[in-house]
Design a protein around this ligand. Sequence first.
Ligand code: SF4
Ligand code: SF4
Length: 169
Amino acid sequence: MQQLNVQYYRNRAYQKKKSLAAFLKKLTRKPPKDLLKQVKAADKEVWQEISCIACANCCKTMTPTWNKNEIKKVAAFVKMDYQAYYDKYITVDEDNGDLVNKSTPCQHLDLKTNLCKVYEVRPKDCKHFPHFIRKDFTDQTQVYTENLHRCPATLLLIEKLKKSVESGS
Ligand code: SF4
Ligand code: SF4
């Protein structure tokens, strides 16, 4: 599969960050009544244009937030003892106390194929990333703003949503 040019999307995100961040702020203050419907329509279009297997930038540069149960499951999947797995791969984020990966890329990313080697038991955070279809969409706008340059799908979604909300459709 042809790799996605992540750098291209990153540059595009930096160029548009100011206007997209302003749009998201405004959206948080005054969302249209049919926001979720518009998010769903934009989301559908995004996944026709973007393939995560051609990208994997989140697994390469970010970390999921783990809970202990998820660590237990993945440790068992890779035939490791919970404590050994924790000591080798997990740390506590000093800012918020979250359990996160010690390093990037994620220890479970196959760098040749961009596939997750623990896909069946990956943490919930990975399953749902980039978290578009949710009732509390406007509570997440700060996260979307931060992810504009990290996740091409987030950039595309917010661009499409801006177009759709501003045209009143
Ligand atoms: S979720 Fe975003 S960053 Fe992750 S692989 Fe898909 S497009 Fe890339
Ligand atoms: S567990 Fe899998 S999906 Fe989650 S960050 Fe690691 S490689 Fe990516």
